[in-house]
Design a protein around this ligand. Sequence first.
Ligand code: AMP
Length: 552
Amino acid sequence: MLYKELVDVYEKLTSTNSKLEKRDILSDFFLVVPDEILPFVTGLLAGYVFPKWTEKELGIGPKLLLKVISKITGITEEKVEKFVYSSGDFGEGIEKAIEQKKQQTFFDIKIEITYLMDLFEKVSAYGGKGSQDKKIKYLSELFSAASPIEARYLSKTILEQMRTGAAEGIIIDAISKFSGIPKKEVEKAYLLTNDLGLIALYSKKGIEELSKLNVTVGRPLKPMLAQIGGSIELALKDIDEPEMEVKYDGARIQVHKSGDTIKIFSRRLENITDALPEVLSELKQTLIPETIICEGEVVAYKDGKIAPFQYVLRRLRRKYQISELSEKIPLKLFLFDCLLIGKRSLIDLTLKERRDILVSSIKESELVKIAENKISKDPLEIKDFYNKSINDGHEGIMIKDYLSQYQPGARGKKWLKIKRTLETLDLVIIGAEWGEGRRKKWLSSLLLGIRDEEGKFLTIGKVATGLSDELFTEITEQLTPLILEEKGKTVTIVPKIVVEVLYDEMQHSPKYESGFALRFPRVLRIRDDKDAYDSDTISRAFEIYEAQEKTF
Ligand code: AMP
């Protein structure tokens, strides 16, 4: 099959906004794509070359691509860059550059999809810096054969900027349509494998083959998520057989071990093994089975105490000088679930059974532990467990249904979270933005100010979510007469209206004038009983920050 045929599909997809039409275009196309290239082509349609959880990547940035295009067209890099700027889109810029060349020489070489598949494999095999020349050689060969429009889509794919509107959901709909397999089954297989290409191929073989796809070591599954439990009493109404666990405030990881190979995936299913070297080497000692998938939360420590969540993020984002940071920000891992042992998937077992298997599969150490838990139905005992968890510096507790199965990707009522919230702050609205769409008539995105000693209001955060329609209406009514200045959608407001704001954490941040930022701020209500000069001051923010740091 020729790459040109795929380009025609991209073009058709971009020419319509209708999801149903997009689905039908894809479904018709899937039927004619040969099996050998179906997984690859599905990925290209979804906008990637390799699923993100594989270690494979092309590692080609815009600079390298400009170099290649300049080389094969004879146009200077600066000029190619100008094409890109003037069209505002990398792909279109490259298309224009190639067009110029093609007017002079035109080689009638056709790009086969198998050739492209092969070429991308080869390019991904050259990782480091010294490999640039090889990558340039392969890409020059490819782009010399490409027509202008092919070059446009190739560049978008290579730079991971493909936006054809063929989102995951539409591809799943299309797979279900062409194969005649109910969407629910296709979705289920996808949650287990996170590989659209594989799903497309197995769906073609029929429902029986598709249902053989299961949890596999090395291939992350979407994590099961929790709903907000509200309160312990409310959570107990939803769950008959509760198991409580400490809710650690860190980052979710999924660990896959197969013999000597251990891989660690993030909640977004990226391979983050390299960012966590000390966790990795400790896991080699602590995981007993030859083959296992388990899940847990990595938590950062600072000066022996649990550190706020942003420290973990710093560790995960870091690609270089990891060892330096791992001394400054040591981590611990708390495991709470087990999804596979050997070849056996555990996700259909109850949490109780999975937890028992987890306990017998781990040799705990200082760095890798099993999440602390408690079995009880007594609200007072659960409250004690919650208080202890908070006092130990954690985020709260999870209340899980001990008899529930593991549902990949689901945010259901089988896991409920009860989180610590700090004291609320009474802050003043000093600005806002008119909303869009349904929110057009409301002042949404409220800019919050906190009072300093001189009575000035310094920005501390923005809230746009968590307000009911009634609250938005009321706030808009109260704010409208106070508008000082309007610039486009943005308005400045006389500091008068006080709102009570709930948030998860107080952070230091240069983003706002106060030097603080609130994590997940929500407006609870308008404090009609207070005027701006009764609102909380910056010194209160300091106190809260200090108190919070002590508990961390
Ligand atoms: P949230 O991010 O607020 O939706 O809460 C769910 C997240 O809490 C999970 O994705 C985990 O990263 C984290 N978490 C911390 N401790 C636990 C635990 N014991 N069980 C499950 N998830 C946990």
